[in-house]
Design a protein around this ligand. Structure first.
Ligand SMILES: Cc1ncc(COP(=O)(O)O)c(C=O)c1O
Length: 370
C-alpha cells in the first residue's frame, strides 16, 4: 500500500492527510504557548495511539477521554496522564481505573454528591487517594453542576479522605448551535466565567484548584484567552470537519480526514456511491447545529449533494448527464460532517501526504464505549 496513490485504494477508506493534521496540531500548540495554557486534547476524535503520542510530543500535558475503555487503550500505548471526562460511578469501572493507576495518573470527573460517596468509598477500601476534577455546567445542560451547587459538592469532598480535588472543568458543547460570531463569543466567555467562579468558591473554602480547564473546538480560542484559565481541551480541532466549516471556525482546506468512496451505479436521476451510513454516519452535527446540507462534502464536485444514505449506499440526486466525465469506479473524496463519529466506524486510517500513501494507523480505541 505504501507509495501508492489514494486513487488506487479499495473503498470505502478513511484517509488522513498528515500534513494538514500536523498543521492543525501546530496551530493549537502555538495558541496554547502564546496564551500560557496547557493543552489536554480530547482523543475521542481520533481514538489513535499514534496521534495521541504526536500530541504529547508536541507539548500536550496529558489527554482527555470519554470512557474507561479509551483510557485503557491509551495507557497500553504509554499515555501517562488522563482525564476521564465522564462521571464514573460503578465499582466495575472504578476497579478497571484502579488497575491503571500504577502506569498512569488518572483523573476522575465528579458530578454529584452521591458519586463523591461512591468514589471515596471505593478508594477508601483500596487505601489510595485519587485525583478528581469537578465538572460544572456552562450551558450545555448535560453533566456538570451549576455554580450555585459547587459549594455543597466541594464541602462533601473536603469531608472525605480519598478524593483530592485538583481541577474544575466545563465543556461548552452548545457552542455547536451558535448562529453568529457574537453568540459564539458569548458562550465562550460564559464557559471561562463559570470555571473561574467555581474555582473562586473552592478557594474560599480553602481548596486550591490548580487546573481551570475549558474546551470545545468552536470556543477554545476565545475562552482560552481569558485570564485565569489554565488549560484547553479541544478534540475535533486536530481534524476539523464540515460542522466546523459551517460554524466558520475552519475551512475545507483545514479538514484532515476524508472518506474515499467510489461511484457504484449511475441511473437516470442519481449517482450512487459505496459510502452509506455505516461509513459517513447519519450525524449532521451535534447539539443543535443546523449548518449542514447533505451527508458530507464531495471535494471533486462541491455542488453535488449526498442527499440520502442507506447503510452501504450513498445517493446523490442529480442529472448524471450534467457529469458525462463521471464513470462507475471513479473515486470521490468526501469531507465528513462529523469526523469523530466517522473515524469510529473504521479500523484504520490510510495516512497520506498529497495523495501518496505513507502508512496505516489503527483507530486503536474504536468502539471502546464501556
Ligand atoms: C468534556 C469534553 N472536553 C472536550 C471536548 C472536545 O470538544 P470538541 O471536539 O468540540 O473540541 C468534549 C467533546 O465532547 C468534551 O465532552
Amino acid at each position: 500500500m505504501k507509495g501508492r496513490h489514494i486513487s488506487h485504494l479499495d473503498t470505502p477508506s478513511l484517509l488522513l492527510d498528515k500534513r494538514v493534521m500536523k498543521q492543525n496540531l501546530q496551530n493549537i500548540v502555538q495558541f496554547a504557548e502564546a496564551n500560557h495554557v496547557a493543552y489536554r486534547p480530547h482523543i475521542k476524535t481520533h481514538k489513535s495511539i499514534d496521534i495521541a503520542k504526536m500530541q504529547l510530543e508536541s507539548g500536550a500535558v496529558g489527554i482527555t477521554v470519554a470512557t474507561v475503555g479509551e483510557a485503557e487503550v491509551m495507557v497500553s500505548g504509554g499515555v501517562e496522564n488522563i482525564l476521564i471526562a465522564f462521571p464514573i460511578f460503578t465499582a466495575e469501572k472504578l476497579e478497571r481505573i484502579y488497575q491503571l493507576l500504577d502506569r498512569a495518573e488518572i483523573i476522575l470527573t465528579i458530578d454529584s454528591e452521591e458519586q463523591v460517596d461512591v468514589v471515596n468509598e471505593f478508594f477508601r477500601q483500596k487505601d489510595e487517594r485519587v485525583y478528581v476534577w469537578l465538572k460544572v455546567n456552562s450551558g450545555l445542560n448535560r453533566c456538570g453542576v451549576e455554580v450555585e451547587d459547587v459549594k455543597a459538592l466541594v464541602e462533601r469532598m473536603t469531608d472525605k479522605n480519598y478524593v483530592e480535588l485538583t481541577g474544575i472543568y466545563t465543556h461548552a458543547g452548545h457552542s455547536y448551535a451558535a448562529s453568529s460570531t457574537e453568540a459564539l463569543e458569548e458562550i465562550a466567555e460564559k464557559e471561562a466565567e463559570v470555571v473561574l467562579a467555581s474555582a473562586h468558591i473552592c478557594e474560599s473554602l480553602g481548596v486550591q484548584v490548580a487546573h481551570k480547564s475549558i474546551g470545545s473546538t468552536p470556543t477554545f480560542k476565545i475562552a482560552g484567552q481569558v485570564d485565569g484559565i489554565t488549560e484547553i481541551r479541544p478534540g475535533n480541532a486536530i481534524f476539523y470537519d464540515m460542522v466546523q466549516v459551517g460554524l466558520g471556525v475552519a475551512t475545507i482546506e483545514d479538514c484532515a480526514v476524508t472518506v474515499a468512496s467510489r461511484v457504484a451505479s449511475i441511473k437516470r436521476n442519481r449517482i450512487v456511491i459505496d459510502a452509506g451510513s455505516k461509513t459517513l454516519s447519519l450525524d449532521k452535527g451535534a447539539h443543535g447545529n443546523e449548518s449542514i446540507a447533505g451527508h458530507g462534502y464531495i471535494k471533486e464536485y462541491p455542488e453535488l449533494i449526498i442527499s440520502r444514505l442507506s447503510e452501504e449506499h450513498g445517493v446523490i440526486d442529480c442529472n448524471p448527464e450534467d457529469y458525462p466525465q463521471l464513470a462507475i469506479g471513479d473515486v470521490l473524496t468526501i469531507v465528513p460532517n462529523h469526523a469523530c463519529t466517522v473515524v469510529n466506524l473504521f479500523d484504520q486510517y490510510v495516512v497520506h501526504e498529497d495523495g501518496s500513501i505513507i502508512e496505516a494507523w489503527d483507530v486503536s480505541a474504536r468502539g471502546r464505549l464501556k
